[in-house]
Write a protein that binds this ligand. Structure first.
Ligand SMILES: [Zn+2]
Length: 334
């Protein structure tokens, strides 16, 4: 427990109190020393596992003996606050970790320890096992939606802030998991924009691959009724477009494929298919991609939607290219 200062630590004379810089402070009349009180730095860790459970340790000692809290402890001289957080994690839960980011900074006055500055980090779990340390009774994961009351109010505040920060991302992950089961935590989502783009693009590409029948059905339901011969050749525009887009989204060169649309355009002209029908087949094909993306519910967070809009723009441009090559073939003198 924090003790009241009685004697000057420099000269040993009894300490008095003076009003200095708008506050009452301990003061030594003998050596004219003012004692400024600084908060003690405390580091704390939020570790979440793949089941979205939070690591808590059960306190062995007072205050709040037997209660649970985040791994937490005082920073020591000679170590950074990040090192202190990781050291406490190792000492209390036997776990190796890696700092991800600061979640919360809180200053509190604790009756037991005095003024504290508590810095809570999100920490990524690096070692699989947990083992309660010497000054903990137990260490284990609790569901983030159902954990016991925490010993420190500051821990509770930081954990709620953490949940608030990630709840949109978790909703996004839950929806992404349907298509991309490898994604389990937000650590699996790339931080770079270009990599996010690649991820979404590959998700859409694999959707085209696995749901091709649904895309065809959607196209079929929207297309006006044609006679059978026209229908088949128009459907081939749609299918060819999807296959080419799939290749293009996964980073393949598609120049040759685009030129094939010119050949298809010539064929459409030969079959006597009207321009109006060709253009509507293209528009419905493009639309089928977005209907399916929306139905699959894969776009949740602002970031995802932003990335998807970027891809959407490029898909529009891509369909414009397809249209150009089809028209080029269509207008080619036979
Ligand atoms: Zn003194």
């Amino acid at each position: 427990m924090k003790k009241k200062r009685i004697y000057c630590s420099f000269c040993g004379a009894p300490v008095t109190v003076r009003f200095i810089d708008e506050k009452y402070r301990d003061y030594c009349e003998n050596c004219n020393t003012t004692f400024y009180e600084n908060p003690l730095p405390v580091a704390s860790c939020i570790v979440i596992n793949e089941q979205r459970e939070v690591l808590l340790v059960q306190r062995k000692n007072d205050p709040y003996k037997n209660m649970w809290c985040l791994p937490i402890g005082f920073a020591e001289t000679g170590e950074s606050i990040e090192q202190a957080a990781l050291r406490e994690l190792k000492e209390e839960a036997g776990m190796d970790g890696q700092i991800v980011r600061i979640i919360d900074v809180d200053t509190v006055t604790n009756y037991f320890y005095g003024d504290l500055a508590i810095i809570t980090f999100e920490v990524k779990q690096l070692s699989p096992t947990i083992k309660a340390g010497d000054d903990a009774l137990d260490a284990k994961f609790f569901p983030i939606t159902n954990y016991p009351p925490l010993a420190w109010e500051s821990n509770e505040k930081a954990l709620q802030k953490f949940i608030e920060t990630y709840k949109d991302v978790w909703a996004m992950i839950d929806s992404l998991k349907v298509i991309q089961p490898a994604i389990t935590t937000h650590h699996d989502i790339p931080k770079e924009k270009s990599k996010q783009y690649q991820l979404i693009a590959s998700i859409i590409a694999s959707m085209i691959e696995s749901d091709i029948e649904v895309f065809n059905l959607h196209w079929h339901s929207e297309i006006p009724k044609y006679d059978d011969s026209n229908y088949t050749i128009l459907l081939s525009i749609h299918q060819k477009a999807l296959q080419t887009i799939k290749l293009w989204l996964t980073g393949n060169r598609v120049w040759k494929n685009l030129r094939e649309f010119a050949v298809l355009g010539m064929q459409l002209k030969k079959e006597g298919v009207s321009l109006k029908d060709i253009l509507s087949a293209i528009a419905i094909s493009r639309k089928s991609i977005w209907v399916q993306v929306i139905e699959k519910n894969i776009l949740h967070s602002p970031l995802e939607i932003y990335t998807a809009l970027e891809i959407n723009n490029r898909i529009i441009l891509f369909y414009d290219k397809i249209t150009y090559f089809l028209m080029k073939g269509y207008e080619h003198p036979l």
